[in-house]
Design a protein. Structure first.
Length: 78
């Protein structure tokens, strides 16, 4: 797909780092699969992957996590 940020690059499968913050919680997910622009590096994460990230962040918030860095592992489909 054409990048909507730089409007010149094409996206390719890759990985990115996502940082989520809410109140006292800072959660960093490394190695998140995404479509990444070959020109500017903008990353696009799927709706499904976004839901997984937000669910994981909510669980961390409920557990009282304040700062954490995680390697992202997507749920396995059986």
């Amino acid at each position: 797909m054409k990048c909507v940020v730089c409007k010149t690059g094409q996206t390719r499968p890759g990985k990115t780092t996502i940082t989520l913050e809410r109140g006292n919680l800072t959660l960093v997910f490394k190695g998140v699969r995404a479509e990444v622009c070959e020109n500017c590096g903008e990353a696009y994460v799927s709706v499904e992957r976004s839901r997984e990230l937000l669910a994981s962040a909510e669980a961390a918030a409920q557990a009282g996590v304040e700062v954490e860095v995680r390697e992202f592992v997507t749920a396995q489909v059986q």
